[in-house]
Structures are given as C-alpha cells and as structure tokens.
Design a protein around this ligand. Structure first.
Ligand SMILES: [Zn+2]
Length: 378
C-alpha cells in the first residue's frame, strides 16, 4: 500500500479517535490517558509527592520521553532523586545570590516581559560576557545554584502569573541569546563546563520548559562553536532553537512585540536605571499579580483532577491549551520522521516482494529440474 493510500485511508477513517489524532495532530485525549497512566503508576509505588501531582508536570516528562510511560517515570524519579541530593527546595527558599548585581554587570542576562503568546521572555547577551570578571565575582557552583533558584522561581511564580495574565496555561519560556562576538576562541573551558552543567540540569530536571530559543547575531566564529555545543543537547531541545545572523529582527518580532524587546536588540523598550536586563521586568513583579496568582493556584499547584477538568472544558470550547506554534512545529517534525519511516518500510516491503517473486521462480525452476531428473531415472 502506498503512502498516499495510507494517508487517504486514515482521513477516511478519521472518525475514529486514534486515526484522527494522527491526521489532525490533536493528541489531547490520548495525552490525558497517558498522563493518568503515569500518575497511577507513580501513586501505586508511592513515588508522587503532592507538590508534583500536577497534570502539566507529568505531561512535560511524558513529552520529553516521547510519551513512553516507563521512560517518563524513570526520568521523573531521577528528578526527585536529584532534588533530594542537591537540596533543591533549600536552594529555592534560602539561597542568597549576593553577587547578583556584580554578575549581571559582567554577564548581562535576565527576564524581560513576555512574548506575544504571554510566555516569559528571557534574554542573554552571551557575546558580552566578561568571563574572567565573572569567575572573580562568583564560582561555577554558586552560579549553577543561582540558575536553579531562578528555574524554581519561573515555575512557582513566573508561569502562574503569566497564565493568569494571558488567561491560558503558560509553562514555557521564549529566549533570545545574543551571541555577537562569541566564538570558539573566547569560550573558555570553565564557560563550557558551566554551559554543560546548566544544559544537563535544564533538560533532565526541567524538561520542556523552553518554547523557542532565538540565537541571534551568529557569525562564523559562533557557528563553529555551535557544532561543539550541539553535542551537549537533546534532539528535542535542538528542534526548538533557531540560529540567526544579523538579520534576525523580523523573525524575532513574529514572536515578540517591539515594546517587550530592548532597544539594543531592535525593539522599543528602554528601561530606566541600569537598562532592560537588570529589572526582572514582567507581570510577576507586580505584588497584586503575585497575590492573585497565589489565590488562584492555592498551595502552589492546582490539583490534578481540577486541571484535567479545566483542560476538558477548554478543549471543548475550542480554546488552545498548551499547543502553540513551537509545539506544532515539533509535532510536524516527529510526524515527518514517522512518514519517512513508513516510506522506508514500504521500500523494504517492495524489495522483499521482488525477492519473493525471484524465489518462487527459482522454486518452479528447481521443481522442473527434479521432474526431469525423475524422468531420467524412470
Ligand atoms: Zn526594557
């Protein structure tokens, strides 16, 4: 059966749930079932702390592991173990990064408003990092702890507030890395170590929190470095990264309103006192919004059943929950890989058909020879 006829068959049968999922890339129902199964599996072995008994948390682990429940469970348990081993709750609550201002001065980075969908926008001017200065004012270990505390703040505060403002579920960040001037030569061993450590933490313990990363002002030096950096990263993460040269603005403006983009990147924002990246600008700094989000999300997380019900209602009214352009692009890529596999298998099937035909001919030939030999004997 050709690929086209398979697709036609799927479309004809698209009244059934599974085939509709394949054709329309609408996995809501199936995802709900898988999240429920993972949840039951963890509950049965008493490995689901209340804090993580959350539809979207489990969904993130499932997505990162291609909806393989056992692999998602393993990843989830590794995350719990890491949190225990590294006392992540203590970092989130008590870690004080006294060198914050000094670090920001030699490593300009920070959250700055939201993207057009309502997700937090995070910007790093990686190309302007003064690494030797950075290592004078902090250490890799302390910087990593600071990174963890920021990740915790994003999950417990920035996402809930953004969800409240955008009136839809927000659980990922859009990021812009300006790599102007960055290349293999000025990316030292300690910078590579720090990058690898942060990458490991983000993809293993905070999976699927990156919506899209725009790497801008990439020159030939950076593109050489990128070949090395890519080896630290998961394929799913790589699919969310766009490496752009100096003509990045139109692409970035598709995702970000100019008012949320600092002037130095081509936007219109000029934050006072110290510039755009020192402010942690965003709705999550508004005390009213913090209070409202705490009220709305109760003890930090909505209960599983409550959220599952919200999803069902919102899906019913056609409201988009959790699926956006970045996600669709990723799904499309996965679907294309599956289609490519189908074509390969069809090719193999056709080849085996040919081989079978040849074998049948040979068998007939042999039968003929045997007959002739028998006649000689008679
Ligand atoms: Zn600004």
């Amino acid at each position: 059966m050709s690929f086209r006829s398979i697709e036609q068959l799927l479309r004809r049968n698209s009244k059934t749930k599974i085939s509709r999922n394949i054709v329309d890339r609408n996995h809501d129902q199936k995802e709900e079932q898988l999240v429920q199964s993972l949840r039951e599996l963890l509950l049965a072995s008493k490995q689901l702390p209340d804090k993580f008994d959350d539809y979207y948390v489990l969904l993130r682990f499932l997505k990162m592991r291609g909806f393989n429940i056992l692999k998602a469970k393993e990843m989830f348990l590794n995350m719990l173990k890491w949190r225990e081993d590294c006392s992540v709750d203590a970092i989130a609550n008590d870690f004080k990064f006294e060198e914050y201002d000094a670090v920001k001065r030699c490593y300009p980075h920070g959250f700055h408003g939201v993207d057009r969908f309502g997700r937090p926008l995070y910007i790093e001017r990686v190309g302007s990092v003064d690494l030797s200065k950075l290592m004078q004012v902090t250490t890799i270990d302390r910087y990593v702890k600071y990174h963890i505390s920021e990740q915790e703040k994003t999950i417990s505060l920035r996402y809930p507030v953004c969800s409240l403002v955008a009136k839809k579920h927000i659980a990922s960040t859009t990021a812009i890395f300006d790599v102007k001037g960055l290349g293999l030569n000025n990316f030292s061993k300690s910078a590579r170590e720090m990058f690898a450590e942060i990458q490991k933490i983000d993809s293993n313990y905070y999976p699927e929190t990156l919506n899209q990363l725009y790497i801008i002002n990439a020159g030939t030096g950076f593109r050489a470095l990128w070949k090395v950096l890519k080896t630290f990263m998961e394929a799913r993460t790589l699919a969310k990264i766009q490496v752009l040269g100096t003509n990045y603005l139109n692409t970035v403006l598709e995702a970000v309103d100019p008012s949320n983009l600092p002037e130095f990147l081509g936007g219109t924002c000029t934050c006072p006192t110290g510039g755009c990246l020192l402010q942690d600008k965003g709705p999550w700094t508004d005390p009213e919004m913090i209070r409202a989000s705490k009220e709305a999300f109760g003890k930090g997380q909505k209960s599983f059943n409550e959220l599952a019900a919200t999803i069902a209602c919102e899906s019913f009214t056609g409201c988009q929950v959790g699926f956006d352009t970045g996600e669709n692009i990723l799904r499309k890529q996965v679907d294309e890989q599956i289609l490519e596999k189908i074509r390969e298998l069809e090719h193999c099937a056709a080849k085996s058909g040919e081989t079978l035909q040849i074998l049948i001919c040979k068998q007939q030939e042999l039968t003929g020879h045997i007959e002739q030999l028998r006649k000689i004997l008679q």
